[in-house]
Every structure is written in structure tokens, then in C-alpha cells.
Design a protein around this ligand. Structure first.
Ligand SMILES: [Zn+2]
Length: 261
């Protein structure tokens, strides 16, 4: 017998003893009380898993927009939320009184900002704002947050595809009735009557051009990434959205949670 074989022969009974001890400890620990604790823990874990699967956990905010939105919305990946559906969210979450014209806008702006109802939208690392002819660069704080969320996800998705950081372009934001009337004479997508753009909850993102280092580019690959990003967010019920081909933009209205102030 070699030295190694001798060692193995000696070691075997020790292993058996240790195994037996562990088995005994395990058997002893199975008491009705421990079974009850384990069952409760298992049940809680199952509830947490169900909740996590049903809710989004984006930006450290564990919430379910589809279930807790202030107006009806169902998860989907299509960009077909018509005006009346977007209006339901805009009217619930946006300006309570729509603005008639430039004069009224200028007289009310300071108080709307002071009360936290509107915030100014400025170009940042995620987007630029086109020269605005029929809207003002103001939105509700939730719509501003949505813009930044889109920007953050868009750049993350670009990076995942090995593409550089492009900014998207915002083409329209808050409108007055006066602006809307001027638009309806020009384009078929500007809704007669009530537009979601009246409420500060709604904005347009152009899909035909993207900015990088001070220049604008057309790139189907970048456009596809923006679409993918918006589809993801629509599935999470973060906004109502429609594609407006004649204006080459996505028209969208922010979705707000019932308990958000
Ligand atoms: Zn629009």
C-alpha cells in the first residue's frame, strides 16, 4: 500500500462522521417553528418576485406606470395613441387653464414657473431644441423628466450598439390656441380644437435628424435606436405616443403616477 492509499483509508471514517453530524444537525433543525418561518420567508420572496416582474424598476423608482397612471394606458409597442387618448393624460396632469395667446402667456409665465407648474426646457447633453415658430420651450416637470429619461436610454442604447452619442431634436413643446390655429392652416396633424400641446405635458421629437459635435446627421441606424428606445418606454407605459410621418416626428404625452405630486 502506498502512502497516499494509507492516507485515504484513514480519512474515510472521519468524512462519514462529519457527514453524519451535519445530517443530524439538519434533522434537529426541522422543527414546526422553523418550517413556519421558512414558509413565510418563501411566501414573501414569491410576492416580491411577482411585484418586481409586474413593475418597472427604472431609475431606482419601483413603480408600475401601466397600473398606477392617472389616466387609462395599456402596455404596447406601437406608436398609435390617438389625440383623445393623449388628451386624457394631458388634461389630467397639465395646465388647468389653456393659454390663449402670446399676451396671456407672457402675463402668466412667471406665476406658472413660481408654482412649479411649468419649467423651461433648455438644450442639454441629451437633446437640442429646434428653432421654435409655433410653441414655447416650457413643459411640466414630469414631461421634462421624461425627456431626460428618453435621452438617457437613447444614449445607453446607442452605446450598446457601438454608436457614438447623438442628441435628438425637439421640434415642438407648449402651444397657445393662437399657435395651434396658425398650425392648422398649415398641417393636417395639428388637431382642430383641443391639442395635447396646450397643457405642457406634450412635446414632439423629430426622427429625421440627430446632432453630434455641432452638426446634424441623417442616419437610419440612429433612427432605429430612437424607435427602439421609445418602444421600450411605451411598453413601460411612460408616455402616450404617435408617429406623425408628415412632420417627421414622434408626438408624445407624459404619463404621471397617481401618487406623484
Ligand atoms: Zn405634437
Amino acid at each position: 500500500m502506498t502512502t497516499q492509499q494509507q492516507k485515504n483509508t484513514i480519512a474515510k471514517p472521519r468524512k462519514k462522521t462529519t457527514k453524519k453530524k451535519i445530517q443530524e444537525e439538519v434533522y434537529n433543525s426541522i422543527t414546526p417553528r422553523n418550517i413556519l418561518f421558512a414558509s413565510i420567508a418563501g411566501l414573501l420572496l414569491a410576492i416580491i418576485i411577482i411585484i418586481c416582474n409586474r413593475c418597472d424598476n427604472n431609475d431606482n423608482k419601483q413603480v408600475c406606470y401601466c397600473e398606477n397612471a392617472t389616466a387609462p394606458i395599456h402596455p404596447k409597442s406601437k406608436f398609435r395613441d390617438i389625440n383623445s387618448e393623449q388628451l386624457a393624460h394631458a388634461q389630467t396632469n397639465g395646465l388647468k387653464t389653456i393659454i390663449k395667446d402670446k399676451k396671456q402667456f407672457e402675463s402668466q409665465l412667471d406665476s406658472l414657473i413660481e408654482e412649479g407648474i411649468l419649467v423651461k426646457i433648455k438644450p442639454n447633453k441629451y437633446y437640442n431644441i429646434r428653432r421654435l415658430t409655433h410653441s414655447y420651450p416650457y413643459l411640466t416637470p414630469e414631461a421634462r423628466d421624461l425627456l431626460n429619461l428618453i435621452g438617457k436610454r437613447f444614449q445607453a442604447n446607442l452605446q450598446a450598439e457601438g454608436l457614438p452619442k447623438y442628441k435628438f431634436q425637439i421640434s415642438s413643446l407648449l402651444r397657445t390656441i393662437e399657435f395651434q390655429r396658425q398650425l392648422t392652416r398649415q398641417n393636417v396633424n395639428a388637431t382642430y380644437g383641443l391639442s395635447a400641446h396646450y397643457y405642457g405635458t406634450t412635446f414632439d421629437i423629430a426622427y429625421d435628424k440627430y446632432d453630434r459635435r455641432g452638426k446634424s446627421y441623417q442616419d437610419p441606424k440612429v433612427e432605429a435606436i430612437l424607435e427602439k428606445t421609445l418602444r421600450e418606454l411605451r411598453e413601460e407605459c411612460r408616455m402616450m405616443i404617435i408617429r406623425e410621418s408628415s412632420n417627421k416626428c414622434f408626438h408624445m404625452t407624459v404619463v404621471k403616477l397617481k401618487n406623484d405630486k
